[in-house]
Design a protein around this ligand. Sequence first.
Ligand code: XMP
Length: 528
Amino acid sequence: MVKKLLKQERDPSILILDFGSQYSELIARRIREANVFSLVVSNLTSIKEIQAINPQGIILSGGPNSVYEQNAPKCDQKVFNLGIPVLGICYGMQLMVKELGGTVTPAINKAEYGRAPINIDFESDLLSNVKDKSIMWMSHGDSIKNLPDGFIKIAHTENTLHAAISNKQKKLFGVQFHPEVIHSEFGMTIIKNFVYSISKCKADWTTETFLEETIPRIKEQVGDKKVLLALSGGVDSSTLAFLLNKSIGKQLTCMFIDQGFMRKGEPEFLMEFFDKKFHIKVEYINARERFIHKLNGITDPEEKRKIIGGEFIRVFEEESNRLGPFQYLAQGTLYPDVIESAGTNIDPKTGERIAVKIKSHHNVGGLPKDLQFKLVEPLRKLFKDEVRKLGKALGLPDEIIKRHPFPGPGLAIRILGEVSNEKLNCLRDADWIVRDEIKKAGLYNDIWQAFAVLLPVKTVGVMGDKRTYAWPIVLRCVSSEDGMTADWSRIPYETLERISNRIVNEVVQVNRVVFDITSKPPGTIEWE
Ligand code: XMP
């Protein structure tokens, strides 16, 4: 299966066999930061498939298991005899040791978590230029007791006798710590040593080479057929629109469905930017009435999401029939979505992926059966930071590249309870002020998301001589790496004051502003 997905595409220089570590993706990202292409594949990838890919180096990731557990994940033992350099990280190293005849034992009372200085015992290609006593990030319960023949210990820590090992002749290496984690000083040096000096990879994974390889491939895939792209204005779909426009020009039609839940000025900005400025054909679909009508009386957040997702599909279907026929649907699927989505649907005749979901409005179920587009997903091997670089190289402005994430159902899930046009207008104005002030304070690029939420209760206030009875606005600002966990941003009081003053003065239906100081977990970023 792996080879089929990689058909006609660049093969990875470094292949990462995944044993379930939370860091497997991070290893790939770090290697790509060194401009070397790497992919994460299952630990069960067969030796035949690995040989067909013919990587220059293989990394065995960490994992939550112990190598002595009954169903502990393994890889084909032959990976150690291919003559291809192998680096085992944590569990990956322990597996290598066990498979090659060494022993691993539980580190009773000596489990090591967090920072640990390493002592370098022996000069090696792997630890070249790594400073003695530098800090590495440890996380393990098991330790190596006896090394297999041909291996030597090249570093230890206070609690771990074999913190790094090497079999120079067979080009097999192992580290008990996590060089991919940012807290590991010289972690990147170790990764570079493995990919450049040991595996002899070239630093040839760049935006330029990506474009050189991808544009002809898109042309080849699409031929003279027509491609439809649902543009949301986020960085993924915008970059994709630019990439496809450069590759197939007029064969691309973008569809922008305005469900009425966008931020202030957003639909106008998108149309002006894509259609007028860059002459990328965008069909503007005004579906505001349909969506708000469907949400009449709906207060449950899950139901709201379902209704919006369902309506999106219907509008999409109607409009694509009207504008089409289209043979291809372009999707801004990124690599983390691909890694996570097991059981990809493949057209058995052509090997192309078939649409089962519209990603930009995820959790909305499948596309109707008779809408069997083939997919164009040229970003599906890229991480988010690579998409941003690509977008920049293609000429997208910072205003799009650096924009905060925005949920598919938009402001509808930032109005708690029933959605109405009055509340939408009110929230749009408040949200505009939040972003304006955060930008003016120079904080926008340091924050993951900053936005307003409208609560459907009224509280008493006083303005001039009059008592008011109006909605409160919640200000939600968080810092995060990936949206999975988040902390509330410590916004300076002066900025908070300006935001609060402006919202209460400029947005008539609001008389109070509160600031959310909950991290995720236990809170979520959105209020829904
Ligand atoms: P929560 O609220 O679960 O959100 O902490 C995590 C991140 O996901 C974003 N989000 C969405 N993004 N479609 C999207 O593309 C959605 O339906 C959606 N819902 C939440 C949210 O803004 C945050 O960045």
